[in-house]
Structures are given as C-alpha cells and as structure tokens.
Design a protein around this ligand. Structure first.
Ligand code: NAI
Ligand code: MG
Length: 363
C-alpha cells in the first residue's frame, strides 16, 4: 500500500524548501517507516513559463489522483505582468477549487526555544499548540447577492451576504471533531449567534453533530469577538477552534502572529471525504510566499514546509507517531540554537536551508 504524494515546489524559495521535504520522504522510505511514491510537477510562474498556464491539465489530473499534495509557494516579480487568469496564484486557486478544499487548518505552535521571540509574555505562549479550522468555500466571501448598487442620489450600497447551508456546517464540524480526536479532544466553535442568523444555524448544527456523532469529545461555544480576545489573552485554553470563512481568516492571522516568523508556519487544506474510500483530498503548504528577496541564496527557513509535511503525515496518513517525531525534531534543533537568519538569536548558530534540513533529519 504505497501512498501517492504530488510535490508542487513552485517558484522562488518553494523549490529550496521542498527539496528538504523530499529528503525526509526519501529517509522515511529508506528506513521502512513509510512507502511514498512521489511525483513532481510545475506550478505557478514556472508552470506558466513551461506550459503557458499556472498548472497544466495533466498535472491537475495527477493532483486529483494523489493521496496528498505538497505545495511550496508561487509568484515573483518575473510574472507580475502575465495575463490575470494565468498569474501564478491561479494555479493554487484552481487546486483549491478542483480538489474542493473546504477546510483550512492553521496551527499556531510555539516552540519553547522561540517563546522569547514573541511579542507576548513567554508564559502565555510557551508550549502553545492550537489549531484553527477555517471554513474556506462558503460564507460572506461567496454568498449572493454580492454587488454594489447605485442608489441614484449620490449614494451607493455595497452588499455582501453571509450564507451557510446545513451541509456546509456539518462537514466542517465533522472535520473539527475528527481533528480534535487526534489531538486533545476539545473543539471550540466560534460564531456570532447573538447578531447573525447564520451564527444561530452554525451553533445549532455544530451542537447536533457533536451530540449525534462525537459526544465523547468536549465542545464549547464562544462568540467570535470574545474568542479573539481569549486567543490573545490565554491562547493555551484552546485545542481546535472551528469557525466560518470570515472569522477564520481574521482569527488565524491573529493566531499566526502569536508565534512569530512566517518561515515557521505550516497549513493544510482538506477536501470532502470520498464515501467509497473514506479518504480526503488534501493540500499542505507553508503560509509564506515565494520570498523573491531571498530566493536562490540558500537561506530560506524550510521549517514551515517541513511542518506542513508533518501535518500531511498526521492528517492524510494517520502517521501520528511519525508526525510527532518530525515536530519533536524541529523543536530539538531549535533548542540546540540552530537557526536560519529569519529566526536568528544572539549566541545561536546561523545555518542555511540545507543545513537546517539536515539537522532536522539527523534529529
Ligand atoms: P513572502 O511570504 O514571500 O515574504 C514576506 C517576507 O518574509 C520576505 O521578507 C521573505 O524573505 C520572508 N520570508 C517568507 N518566507 C520565509 C522563509 N521560509 N524563510 C525566511 N524568510 C521568509 O510574501 P511577499 O513578499 O508578500 O510575496 C512574495 C511573492 O509570493 C509574491 O509574488 C506573492 O504573490 C507570493 N505569495 C505566494 C503565496 C503562496 O504561494 N501561497 C502566499 C503569499 C505570497
Ligand atoms: Mg488572511
């Protein structure tokens, strides 16, 4: 039972970071702890240069057939003037759409060795490990009507509509509980049921899914504004936070900044479960972009990409022990003071991308 991984390194530092993940995959295969068959394809600007589009149809097919997709980063000044629907981001948007990735996972983890680098007090974030689950394909970003109406008297009206149907809330709620089950078993659902009808429905549906399917886990409800406050005041109270597209966008950016550098932040996007196989389509990517300012210099921090692969092991392949080991290796290397320039600290050892990857493999 070989698992199929599609690697899409992309542009800029994407390939530099992905190379370190490839070595980890090779190491796991060699050690006999996994059996991954990898394929690699172009995405973003490099795909545009080769095929005239940000992802080729054949590679899209490969993505649909893969057990998981690992994505580096796309974009850069070289492609600033390519046609809008061929721009590098179009490759990522097409992947999200065709793989029907409705659930966006953004962990906020604070490695003890980096607790001092945060703007918050170390005791608030040291050992932090929470997961924000954002609904990605519904809500106010996509609801109709969505328009600007000319009212004729010098006034216009901008309209966005928050729409959630039962099935959309059910599937994100199930994803939240399933994720919590692999973690500390607690889900906090955030909405604004005090002022929004969609919030009332959200609360109702999450409560029912919990009662009917996951009553062994802990569910708590919080108004999203109070949740934002709690996230900064005492973030360690949370395990999995599940929320809608808009609140999730904001809360996950806030949570990201609890822990510091862009070079450290992984993410995952999950699709619907295939009823036949019980498997989900999934794409794993660092939060950062292609970092053209440091691309090609061998100094990019590969940890966001490597931690994204740890999420892939955990959530696509249920390799919890291996994911834990990889995350522990990252923590150990940071503890030893091995640092890429973006997380450099006084007295630490400055290394490049390849050395950081090697240190993590060896740990
Ligand atoms: P960026 O995330 O690429 O870079 C922002 C800053 O963080 C830069 O100074 C960069 O050097 C630094 N940085 C980012 N990742 C790092 C890492 N792993 N190690 C060390 N330093 C790191 O965002 P920016 O500059 O706004 O965008 C650059 C390009 O990336 C643009 O073309 C943008 O459209 C694209 N982009 C792509 C994304 C994706 O592929 N998902 C996401 C965000 C931006
Ligand atoms: Mg955002």
């Amino acid at each position: 039972n070989t698992s199929k991984l599609l690697l899409l390194p992309g542009d800029g530092i994407g390939p530099e970071a992905m190379a370190e993940v490839e070595k980890i995959v090779g190491f796991m295969n060699d050690e006999g702890v996994a059996s991954f068959a990898t394929e690699k394809a172009l995405v973003g600007g490099s795909a545009y240069d080769a095929h005239g589009e940000a992802i080729a149809d054949a590679d899209m097919e490969t993505a649909l057939a893969a057990d998981a997709v690992l994505f580096g980063a796309v974009g850069g000044p070289k492609w600033d003037s390519v046609p809008y629907d061929q721009r590098p981001e179009a490759g990522l948007l097409r992947l999200r759409k065709d793989l029907k990735l409705f659930a966006n996972l953004r962990p906020a983890i604070c490695y003890p060795a980096l607790a001092d680098a945060s703007s918050l007090k170390p005791e608030i974030i040291e050992g932090l490990d929470i997961l924000i689950l954002r609904e990605l394909t519904g809500g106010v970003y996509f609801g109709e009507p969505k328009e600007i109406i000319d009212l004729g008297n010098g006034q216009k009206r901008g309209i966005d509509t928050q729409v959630y149907d039962t099935y959309e809330i059910e599937r994100i709620a199930r994803a939240a509980f399933e994720l919590a089950r692999t973690r500390r078993g607690k889900v906090t659902s955030m909405e604004k049921r005090n002022v929004m009808k969609s919030g009332v429905l959200w609360n109702e549906v999450v409560t029912r899914v919990h009662r009917e399917e996951f009553s062994d886990l802990q569910l708590e409800h919080m108004l999203a504004d109070a949740g934002g406050m709690q996230l900064v005041r005492a973030p360690k109270q949370f395990d999995v936070i599940v929320t809608d597209n808009l609140f999730g966008d904001m809360l996950s950016d806030i949570a990201a900044m609890l822990t510091g550098s862009l070079g450290m932040l992984p993410s995952a996007s999950l699709g619907a479960e295939d009823p036949a196989t019980g498997k989900r389509k999934a794409l794993y990517e660092p939060v950062h972009g292609s970092a053209p300012d440091i691309a090609g210099q061998g100094v990019a921090n590969p940890i966001a990409m490597i931690a994204s692969f740890a999420m892939c092991l955990r959530y696509s392949f249920q390799k919890v022990r291996e994911a834990d080991a990889l995350e522990a290796a990252i923590a150990e290397v940071l503890e030893k003071g091995i640092r890429t320039p973006d997380i450099m600290a006084p007295g630490a050892t400055r290394v490049g991308t390849v050395e950081m990857g090697a240190a993590i493999r060896s740990a």
